[in-house]
Design a protein around this ligand. Structure first.
Ligand code: GAL
Length: 431
């Protein structure tokens, strides 16, 4: 059974259960399920909460801890099965289409807001299509993250005798050797499947380029998935794993980020939500830390669009529907787009803002990100992140995660065998 029908079967059971209405206050309330729970991320989501509350609605926080969101997705599915989905939930990429096909997302709620606020004019088609189901907006996109970043503590680099950020894998390994020799953790990392695959997809991008990345991890082309270039990517992944701290199992990404911020480690491979931790620690981009594309990926941009999907509510819950609409309107407004992304480490989704980032007061990392996003859109360098739910169904992603994490945790694992295993992650590529 494919992932859509599996989800649909589970959801159809929901009809056996009564809908438990959320207690609404006079103006209406909205419960938001999300996984923005690190210090920096909480600061970002609090901006949305404050604005919705200022508009007179009640915000019910449905935060579910766990980076990458797999725990949040499990909670969301069981709530849907119990007939008690929240008003709004963080859902991304092709998963939005799967939820759309269950009939649980509303295709009406956002219609008027999207029209009045001209969402079609504000968003690039790539972004708009991600959050539409059969032509209707079912989610509001809040920001764009770039995944293929390397975060560097320059003070640690200096102590280890490294004078510049690495731009090739060879330079990366040379920097890693120096950091290790000087007693630092070379590469901070948390051993969780989504973090392992964040590193893996960077390496695939570096070794195979954006075209190879697309063939392998987006189109799921069987030959490319199991071919010699993929085996090479696994060989490099093995080398990179050797620069990670051996006690990394289960560590959250923000704890790994804290090791770099606090000077225990030299580098971290992580999407730019990592910047939210640097910002929360009052560190300045370009001075206290450096953000550079992961070596070999400077002509590419793996994107991760955070979006908030809107669930269908009974028509008599007018106040709660108004709260969903208010949240959506706020989320794409200029003020929110700016303050949220500055806190979150991302860039806005609005093309007018992406084209004018210096006027908006964004730092050097965000300005570089917006410039590359726009440039890479034209060259094919802009690719959806597999590790962050943008490229495949969650079922295929889960199968890839297993291969990658098993490989990284087995020092005797064979790169050619691992790439052969990828072949079985997806017998029928998604269309
Ligand atoms: C991503 C999400 C980001 C950030 C990160 C770490 O999937 O898009 O916004 O939350 O996980 O949890």
């Amino acid at each position: 059974m494919n992932a859509i029908s599996r989800l649909a079967t589970v959801i159809s059971l929901a009809s056996l259960f009564p809908l438990s209405a959320l207690a609404a206050d006079s103006k209406g309330s909205v419960e938001v399920v999300h996984w923005w729970t690190s210090g920096g991320e909480k600061a970002a989501v609090d901006v949305l909460k404050a604005q919705v509350e200022k508009d007179g609605f009640t915000w019910k926080d449905g935060a579910v801890a766990g980076g990458g969101g797999s725990t949040a997705m499990t909670v969301l599915k069981s709530r849907a099965v119990a007939g008690n989905p929240p008003g709004v939930a963080q859902i991304k990429g092709p998963d939005i289409q799967e939820w759309g096909s269950t009939g649980l997302l509303s295709t009406d709620t956002l219609k008027d807001v999207a029209k009045a606020e001209n969402w079609d004019g504000l968003l690039s088609p790539k972004v708009a299509n991600t959050v539409k189901y059969e032509g209707d907006y079912v989610a509001v996109p809040v920001n764009i993250h770039r995944v293929n970043w390397l975060w560097i503590n320059p003070a640690v680099f200096k102590k280890a005798g490294i004078d510049k950020a690495p731009t090739t894998l060879e330079e990366f390994y040379a920097a890693g050797d120096k950091l290790k020799a000087a007693g630092f953790i070379a590469l901070a990392h948390g051993g969780q499947p989504w973090q392992d695959s964040t590193v893996f997809e960077d390496v695939v991008l570096s070794v195979m380029g954006p075209e190879g990345y697309k063939k392998a991890l987006v189109d799921l082309d069987q030959k490319t998935l199991s071919g010699p270039e993929m085996a090479k990517a696994f060989t490099e992944l093995k080398k990179i794993t050797g620069y990670m701290d051996p006690n990394r199992a289960g560590r959250d990404w923000n704890i790994a980020a804290a090791d770099v911020i606090g000077g225990k480690a030299g580098m971290q491979m992580m999407g730019d939500w990592a910047k939210s931790e640097w910002t929360a620690a009052k560190k300045v981009a370009g001075k206290d830390y450096q953000c550079v594309p992961f070596p070999g990926t400077d002509k590419a941009f793996t994107y991760n669009i955070d979006s908030l999907a809107v669930f269908k509510l009974k028509a008599d819950r007018k106040g709660d529907i108004a709260a969903q609409q208010d949240l959506a309107k706020v989320a794409l407004g200029k003020d929110f787009q700016k303050v949220f992304s500055i806190n979150k480490g991302s860039i806005p989704v609005r093309t007018d803002m992406l084209n004018d980032m210096s006027a908006e007061g964004f730092d050097s990392c965000a300005q570089a990100s917006a410039k590359d996003f726009l440039a890479d859109e034209k060259t094919g360098g802009l690719q959806p992140s597999m590790a962050h739910n943008m490229a495949t169904s969650l079922a295929v992603q889960g199968a890839i995660f297993d291969v990658v994490t098993n490989f990284m945790n087995d020092k005797d694992a064979d790169p050619a065998k691992a790439s052969a295993c990828l072949l079985y992650t997806s017998p029928s590529p998604r269309d």
